[in-house]
Design a protein around this ligand. Structure first.
Ligand code: BGC
Length: 496
């Protein structure tokens, strides 16, 4: 009988897998992630106010698959002690979670601080530390206080002060224990889907205008929070603070054809360069400025729809990222748009994407298994931004929630491999990796049918029991051994 391990070795030889035993350096950190709205529940408990997601879902139930909502979600507000036990069991170095602004500051501003909200996060942080798990805290993972939305949200300059005040309070409250802060999660997705479209709250649906305005104020808010941390807290709290950008790798459909190469570059700049460029190089990318300005003129406008960054603003934003927080899920092939695009962001971009049907995918086409693009992206970021420290904040695979989730194992393994290769082949400075998500969560408009977790959550049971999936065991072993050494426990995943 040929055993599974033998089969794997044969498979590895035939497919040319480079090495069977590969190690991460001892200071490389592993984590898992979640976000407040997606796991906490308790949407109106203990003085918490309504967020834009609470409001949007309650008023537009049909926007969510099966009209589900996150009123209870994983009930982590009540079950955080069990959550920490699970984290301990995984052996993670850090846990990335977010603070719900509405729990700490129900009015959005520091005129009233809700002590019960503070207590919740303080308990969580203390328990993590007691268990030697480093808290990595996101200040904003999309759940803006509704009360601030009603005063303009991210379409007004006021957000800069609102966010800075909130951030300062969080540094004061938790900064002795929290050493890694994330200001914003995925600004492109938040601004585009919520201000450019009506897919996310606040559903402003003004593409090519309000999404750009949102990007502008959000970057300013990020930079001001960084300066507050830098000037008032860094010396004694000794932590660091960064934004988290979601990147795809855009590969020209026809390599070495200038128009296709340009399309790929344009897509990189419009999507992620919009944020990375001002932080690392100063100002918006040239191609973005030029294309939006050209279209704005053609529409008879006096000014570009993209707000201009003044020299003072450029100076203030540049250099305000202590590490590059990167979320990566998927790549795409790109080509110059062949048909007229809808006015706004898509027309400014002028590029179309394509993902071949034969690329392996997760439950939805959002997830295609493209670790090769991840490796290229890491090299690109090293070259583009002068070799910054990169921490992978999110990377994960969606399915129906089965416990025997071998495809998730394969996805994680291949992306971890890509990191090792990018480090070895190009010297990319990736220092940490975090799986999205710690457990099955409320997956925004997809509700609960679309699962990313290492732990299964039974959302039909009021107690929301959690069960370890096979991928959790796999990840625990990776962390324990700090390597991708294969054990005979997981060979099936490589034959998927
Ligand atoms: C977000 C998460 C989300 C995940 C999977 C990321 O865009 O930060 O909140 O659940 O992708 O869709």
């Amino acid at each position: 009988m040929v055993g599974k391990a033998t089969l794997y070795i044969l498979f590895a030889i035939v497919t040319g897998i480079k090495s069977v035993s590969r190690k991460f350096p001892s200071d490389f950190k592993f984590g898992v992630g979640s976000s407040s709205y997606q796991i906490e529940g308790a949407w109106n408990e203990d003085g918490k106010s309504e967020s834009i997601w609470d409001q949007y879902i309650h008023n537009n139930p049909k926007m969510i698959n099966d009209e589900e909502n996150a009123d209870i979600a994983c009930d982590s507000y009540h079950k955080y002690e069990e959550d920490v036990e699970m984290l301990k069991n995984l052996g993670v170095d850090y846990y990335r979670f977010s603070i719900a602004w509405t729990r700490i500051l129900p009015n959005g501003t520091p005129d009233y601080v809700n002590q019960k909200g503070v207590q919740y996060y303080s308990n969580l942080v203390k328990l993590l530390k007691k268990n030697n798990i480093e808290p990595m805290v996101t200040l904003f993972h999309w759940d803006l206080p509704q009360v601030l939305q009603e005063q303009g949200g991210f379409a007004t300059e006021k957000i800069v002060k609102w966010f800075t005040d909130y951030a300062r309070l969080c540094f004061e409250l938790f900064g002795d224990d929290v050493k890694t802060w994330i200001t914003f999660n995925e600004p492109k997705q938040f601004c585009y889907l919520g201000y450019g479209m009506d897919y996310f709250p606040p559903a402003m649906n003004k593409s090519g205008e309000l999404d750009y305005l949102c990007a502008y104020y959000l970057l300013k808010a990020h930079a001001e929070a960084w300066h507050v941390y830098n000037n008032e807290f860094r010396a004694h709290q000794k932590g660091r603070i960064a934004i988290v950008i979601s990147y795809k790798w855009y590969e020209p459909l026809l390599p070495n054809v200038p128009a296709f190469e340009e399309a790929a570059n344009t897509n990189m700049e419009f999507e992620s360069g919009m944020y990375g460029h001002p932080l690392y190089k100063g100002d918006w990318p040239e191609i973005v400025k030029a294309k939006v300005s050209y279209n704005s003129k053609k529409e008879g406008r006096q000014q570009s729809r993209l707000p201009e960054l003044s020299p003072e603003e450029i100076e203030r934003i540049k250099g305000t990222n202590d590490f590059l927080g990167l979320n990566y899920y998927v790549s795409a092939l790109v080509y110059p748009a062949a048909t007229p695009q809808p006015a706004g962001f898509m027309r400014d971009l002028g590029v179309d994407t394509y993902q071949p049907w034969y690329w392996e995918q997760g439950k939805t086409s959002f997830i295609k298994v493209t670790p090769w693009g991840f490796k290229k992206l890491l090299k690109y970021l090293k070259d583009a931004y002068d070799n910054p420290e990169i921490i992978i904040i999110e990377n994960g695979f969606n399915d129906d929630g089965q416990l025997d989730d071998v495809k998730r194992i394969s996805y994680i393994e291949r992306h971890l491999s890509a990191i090792l290769e990018a480090r070895e082949d190009f010297g990319v400075n990736v220092s940490g990796y975090s799986v999205w998500s710690f457990m099955d969560v409320f997956e925004w408009n997809f509700g609960y049918g679309n699962r990313f977790g290492l732990y299964h959550v039974d959302f039909a049971d009021p107690k929301r029991p959690r069960t370890m999936k096979k991928s959790a065991r796999y990840y625990r072993d990776v962390i324990k051994t700090r390597s991708l050494d294969k054990t005979s426990d997981y060979p099936t995943c490589f034959l998927e």
